[in-house]
Design a protein around this ligand. Structure first.
Ligand code: PLP
Length: 431
């Protein structure tokens, strides 16, 4: 029977098989045909503590029987209040910066980014109403970025084949070159020039320390710090998209911590519920919130969705926060990072691989192969190859990356790296 399901980022015309997963636990996915897969990318970068963590599963079940969903305009519930307090307590902070103090809920990374952009423009709009500033509309972005697939999120991301159909709808942005090695100062200079331009930007949005979907491109914390300093100097809002980097991925709870950066607005999602159920949040400092706070109803923040701050999702996030508080997650991450680094160093000796890179528990390496472009057959062929070996990986072009759940054990790591080496032999070109 032909399935009516339309899958994301999947070319149905190629007839590639779509395995059905019936159960998951820890780092393992169990398929309907009895096979298992090691989840090497945390089911699209969300599963932090492993699949079906009992504490989160129990919290979801308990909440589903008590309060499932509530209109969030003008009503509240304790799970949302607790998540908001927890996020504010854990958010990056420093003595000389206004802290992130307000939390707006949504349901995906893309919507958290949309909310961030709308908050930034709303801030300048409301200041302009009071005659305190000129309205600003221009957004600055970093080259090769990915911030999601809604129209606004695509507008601030890299343009390419994957969004060419909608480019007439995307708004214009200022693009700052990526800080490739040796080009760090050029990035900061370009940002400085863009911030000082006559059309003052409203905000600069950036993925801190790693550009994920853009190719797992890592840049130094000093550059992130420099970018935040440039924005502060020019009073351009600094927006951190921690959707992928948050929840320990880069070795610290949030990547901004490594640069001592406190953004004006911060988007989080993915691991906020341990990767179990959709929820996202956009955090903002007092001045962003205060610009929308007034006795004038026309200034309120006009954004919502039916499921904003869904109570079951918030309960899952409360359980995730408890795991972070009560279990030694950083030690688990550090151990896994060490294991990945040791194996990546060995793989890097293989002549078919180049550019090994790692930050926290994100590791990537480029396979030197003929016809390795984004639309070539290489990535799907690699995907099928890894699947045959019991591993779920989804290379980006010729970049093979790992972003496993933090519970991945040494044997599973060995299995993944053995398959990577074999892929080098099978698909790579020896240099
Ligand atoms: N921002 C970043 C940095 C991401 O990596 C992603 C997804 O991968 C998003 C935003 C969009 O998140 P979602 O897929 O939950 O909409």
């Amino acid at each position: 029977m032909i399935s009516p399901v339309w899958h994301p980022f999947h070319q149905h015309g190629l007839g590639e098989p779509i395995p059905q997963v019936v159960r998951a636990e820890g780092a393992l996915l169990h398929l309907a045909d009895g096979r298992t897969l090691i989840d090497g990318i945390s089911s699209w970068w969300v599963t932090t503590h492993g699949h079906c963590h009992p504490r989160i599963a129990a919290a979801i079940a308990e909440q589903a029987g008590r309060l499932d969903q509530l209109i969030f305009a003008g009503y509240t519930h304790e799970p949302a209040e607790e998540v908001a307090r927890g996020l504010i307590g854990l958010a990056p902070r420093s003595a000389d910066r206004d802290p992130l103090a307000h939390v707006f809920f949504s349901d995906s990374g893309s919507t958290a980014v949309e909310v961030a952009l709308k908050m930034a423009l709303g801030y300048w709009h409301n200041l302009a109403l009071d005659g305190l500033a000129r309205a600003r509309h221009r957004i600055l972005v970093l080259e090769h970025s990915y911030h999601g697939d809604t129209i606004g999120a695509m507008s601030v991301g890299e343009r390419g084949v994957y969004n060419q159909a909608w480019q007439p709808l995307l708004f214009d942005v200022g693009t700052i070159p990526f800080p490739a090695p040796g080009r760090e100062q050029a990035t900061l200079d370009a940002l400085e020039a863009a911030c000082a331009a006559p059309e003052k930007p409203a905000a600069f949005i950036v993925e801190p320390l790693i550009l994920g979907a853009g190719g797992m491109l890592i840049y130094p914390a000093s550059v992130l710090r420099g970018m935040a300093a440039v924005c502060a100097r020019h009073d351009v809002l600094f927006v951190a998209d921690e959707v992928m980097t948050g929840w320990g991925r880069t070795g610290t709870l949030f990547a901004c911590e490594q640069a001592g950066v406190v953004p004006d607005i911060m988007a989080v999602a993915k691991g906020i519920t341990g990767g179990t159920i959709p929820l996202a949040a956009t955090l903002a400092t007092g001045r962003i919130f205060d610009a929308h706070k007034s006795t004038d109803r026309s200034r309120l923040f006009y954004h919502s969705s039916s499921y904003t701050a869904n109570a079951i999702a918030c309960a899952a996030a409360v359980a995730n926060l408890a795991i972070w508080r009560e279990e030694d997650v950083p030690a688990r991450i550090a151990k896994l990072a060490q294991g990945m680094a040791a194996r990546l160093a060995k793989l890097a000796d293989h002549p078919a691989f180049a550019h090994p890179r790692q930050l926290g528990v994100v590791a990537a390496i480029d396979l030197i192969a003929p016809d390795a472009g984004y639309l070539s057959d290489l990535a799907p062929r690699l995907r099928a190859f890894f699947q045959e070996r019991g591993i779920l990986l989804r290379p980006l072009g010729n970049t093979i990356y790992l972003m496993p759940p933090y519970c991945l054990d040494a044997d599973q790591l060995d299995c993944v790296f053995a398959a990577l080496a074999e892929a080098g032999e099978r698909f790579g070109v020896r240099t």
